[in-house]
Design a protein. Structure first.
Length: 258
């Protein structure tokens, strides 16, 4: 979603680059955490975790953060939380599809998607050039370095171990992002609250939700469609609507669903 990385998401090696020597310990720890968080109990759970990890590594935790945190200019469009929500979830879906391919150059397909400067981002009104101007060289360098590192380990690990490796440094302690085991519970909780239900939530978060403001009309016009899009393809809701959901406790899973 539109969240920043916290300490729990910096990964099993912290800021340390993975090496052939420490990789087995990393994989063992990661499998344990993935098991505890339920990734092996959901369909394609490991592949979704790896997709999220790839996007974190290659895209989200890189120079794009500087553009995201910077003020827009006459040349660079504002890169607000809703735009990042749309971009991150769309790229996660693309990474998931790439990981389902048998193409030996599949990771470089993802690199091409990340670095395409002309493609209008789905759900957004701009391209990488529009949103990343001033940081494009750094973004390219970062993405290529990360893809090369991942490709190095893909050649040395079994397919299953590579998926664990791809997810390991970045999923941290989260299991509630798009594609993850608790994402359906997050979406169902939000739909319930948008219908005016879940009195406990409104009692606890009513003041905060008042400060956030009412949901956009496009979100409430058809709540079933909103629920379906959030679940399967959030970017199709559009960046402006997703900006309301970013950092919003309405997407927090209910305690009974945890």
């Amino acid at each position: 979603m539109g969240r920043h990385t916290d300490a729990g998401e910096r990964g099993i090696m912290g800021e340390q680059q993975p090496t052939d020597g420490n990789i087995q310990d990393a994989l063992e720890w990661a499998r344990l955490r993935l098991t505890e968080l339920g990734f092996f109990k959901t369909q394609d759970g490991l592949r979704w975790a790896a997709a999220y990890g790839l996007v974190r590594s290659v895209w989200r935790n890189g120079p794009i953060e500087n553009a995201h945190a910077s003020r827009p200019t006459s040349r660079r469009k504002a890169l607000h939380d809703g735009t990042m929500f749309a971009r991150n979830t769309w790229l996660t879906r693309q990474a998931f599809d790439v990981l389902g391919s048998d193409d030996q150059f599949r990771l470089y397909e993802l690199e091409d998607l990340v670095l395409d400067r002309d493609h209008v981002w789905p759900g957004c009104e701009g391209t990488l050039t529009d949103f990343g101007w001033g940081f494009l060289g750094d973004i390219k360098k970062h993405a290529k370095q990360r893809i090369d590192m991942l490709a190095h380990f893909e050649q040395r690990l079994s397919p299953d171990d590579f998926l664990v490796f791809a997810s390991a440094p970045w999923f941290g302690f989260r299991d509630d992002h798009y594609g993850m085991p608790r994402w359906p519970a997050c979406v169902e909780a939000a739909a319930c609250r948008l219908r005016g239900e879940d009195e406990e939530f409104w009692h606890a978060e009513g003041d905060w939700m008042t400060r956030i403001g009412p949901a956009p009309a496009a979100v409430t016009a058809d709540l079933e469609t909103t629920r379906e899009l959030l679940l399967e393809s959030p970017w199709e809701l559009g960046a402006e609507n997703l900006d309301w959901f970013a950092w919003n406790p309405i997407l927090r899973p209910r305690c009974t669903q945890a």
